[in-house]
Design a binder for this molecule. Sequence first.
Ligand SMILES: Nc1ncnc2c1ncn2[C@@H]1O[C@H](COP(=O)(O)OP(=O)(O)OP(=O)(O)O)[C@@H](O)[C@H]1O
Ligand SMILES: [Mg+2]
Length: 343
Amino acid sequence: MTEKLLKIEDLRTYFSTEEGVVRAVDGISFDLEPGERRGVVGESGSGKSVTAMSIMRLIEPPAGEIVTGTIEFKGENLLELGEDEMQAIRGGKIAMIFQDPMTALNPVYTIGDQLVETIMLHQHVSKKDARGIAIKALEDVQIPNAPARLEDYPHQFSGGMRQRVMIAMGLSCNPDLLIADEPTTALDVTTQAQIMDLMLKLAEDRGTAVLLITHDLGVVAGFCDTIQVMYAGGIVEEGSVEDIFHNPQHPYTWGLLGSMTRLDGKHRARLHSIAGAPPSVIDLPVGCRFRPRCEFAIDICGRVLPAIRPIGEGDQSVACHRAEELDLKTLDVDVDHTKEVAS
Ligand SMILES: Nc1ncnc2c1ncn2[C@@H]1O[C@H](COP(=O)(O)OP(=O)(O)OP(=O)(O)O)[C@@H](O)[C@H]1O
Ligand SMILES: [Mg+2]
């Protein structure tokens, strides 16, 4: 067995607000193998970004706090590191790409300055060498005329080119893990596809593990090996993309996948909406958090929060009391079902 790259156990990240305690991430556990590409899906507010920010230790105190859990990265609990040590990991061994590159790039410095600074900080090389690495990094993401473009400011790049710069910056230090939070959502479909292809090639060539947060199941099908489905701060199902897409075990996953008709990535499908809304993570229902929207709920679902547990032969896990008795796969997961549930 290979050593896990990332091992998260019982992570809980809460925010204190005037309305009450927001249990944004509420007891999640998952692992990443070296080089694994894992998709994180789930409706808005399910805790995807907070999971990413927790791994990067970017949760802002005092309102935000990781109240319990461990985040082991290469055998070391990130939650026990000092800020200096964490700084060295951030952008070095673990890089993050955000949805909007303008928030991550500083508008008053050239792309070259920002790239060279990151590289010098993490790789301890001379300015001249860092510049060479920066040019190579821009060439790797297929930015034409890289040496000249180092002198340009972020606003002189198109949205797609800026996202390429972010990928270049993220990968310039050869991280073991890249966290990408909706990296292509702001881009048009064609540019989106080009960037995902590029990221796939770079991650594969370098063996970089990726945690990809996305709403786009087509992107997950084309890019990821595994997937975790989040609901109201918890993971309700996880497994290989193959298993989850062909054999969903949780009614929520089943609902989400309703609009997927093809798995080859050519048919672009967004997560469709399921009737009703997720619960407030301030005032979570007793029992299963999906119960108020679940057409299969029975008595126990309203009383006991189901723990996530392995199911079937492979590496699939599910948090549903009824998973064994419901054979969701044989219920038609098709567009008709989607319309029915969504209406
Ligand atoms: N700084 C904060 N203060 C208070 N609540 C927060 C804060 N950051 C996030 N939350 C809350 O935590 C919950 C999870 O948020 P998160 O950003 O992780 O959702 P998400 O799954 O990334 O959603 P989206 O798909 O919209 O990006 C939400 O209820 C959100 O309002
Ligand atoms: Mg988010």
